[in-house]
Write a protein of this length. Structure first.
Length: 275
């Protein structure tokens, strides 16, 4: 136990660990904040679909030897808009449009990664996260974009709350539901890209979904759900980071496992309250 405490204290002497903690907390706050609006509206799969798109964008960036974040943001945002556009077509619902875009993106990513065989190791780190590779530029960009995301959510909080529970009522109130749907989708796309370095493209959607569904098991109001979701998300990132550092485990997978454990605990607490 003393050795573990010593290792944890020692972690703060490493720049990459400090960067990972800062970036991880920012992404945890952004993803869990968005998660409440996405999960309650039953749009959870859009995060997973955009994560698959980011896989293709990372493969493109590595092939071109460019920053994956700079390449991914515009393409993933464009994909999020395209998903909503496709879902507006008759006989093509939201799940189908997500499936079309995500499956196509994975196929593109696999083809491109096969062309850049020398980048497969780098691609693996982007797929499942790596705290060792966060650059100063990526950290600064994460800070700026996270602040923008949170500012927009706070600014449109009342409208987002309205469309989350009743789109028809929100429309009668004069709220531009379509515009807010695109806004949420775009913010989700940016959050997915920001989470690439911490948990990877294949696991980032879990950071959007897990904290919210966990909070919903034990919360009693919308605001409580947001607060509990934020706490769970931040704790999961911090605990996951330190466990992965101490035991040399994959960072992204460890964070997701911690989130899953929190969810199991919330189910247990809910069962006790109901009994």
């Amino acid at each position: 136990m003393e050795n573990i405490i010593f290792i944890i204290k020692d972690a703060f002497h490493y720049d990459f660990m400090i960067k990972a903690i800062v970036a991880g907390i920012l992404i945890a706050i952004s993803s869990s904040f968005l998660g409440i609006f996405i999960v309650l509206r039953k749009h959870s799969m859009i995060g997973d679909g955009l994560a698959h798109v980011s896989f293709a964008t990372v493969a493109i960036a590595l092939l071109l030897k460019q920053s994956p974040i700079l390449i991914s943001i515009p393409i993933v945002v464009l994909a999020s808009v395209l998903i909503l556009k496709l879902s507006e077509i008759d006989n093509l619902n939201g799940d189908a449009s997500i499936g079309l875009i995500s499956s196509f993106s994975v196929a593109v990513g696999i083809l491109i990664s096969s062309l850049s065989k020398g980048s497969n190791i780098d691609l693996f780190s982007y797929l499942f996260g790596s705290i060792l590779v966060i650059s100063d530029f990526e950290l600064i960009l994460s800070v700026i974009l996270s602040i923008i995301i949170l500012s927009i959510i706070i600014l449109f909080y009342n409208s987002l709350f309205a469309i989350t529970y009743d789109e028809s009522f929100a429309t009668t109130m004069g709220i531009n539901v379509k515009k807010l749907n695109y806004l949420i989708s775009i913010l989700t796309g940016i959050t997915v890209v920001l989470g690439i370095r911490i948990v990877g493209t294949m696991l980032i959607s879990s950071m959007i979904i897990f904290p919210t569904v966990t909070a919903l098991q034990i919360s009693t109001s919308f605001k409580n759900t947001i607060i509990i979701s934020e706490i769970i998300s931040i704790l999961s990132v911090i605990v996951g980071l330190f466990i992965s550092f101490v035991y040399d485990l994959p960072t992204g997978a460890t964070i997701v496992i911690v989130n899953a454990i929190c969810f199991m605990i919330s189910l247990f607490i809910k069962k006790i309250d109901l009994s």
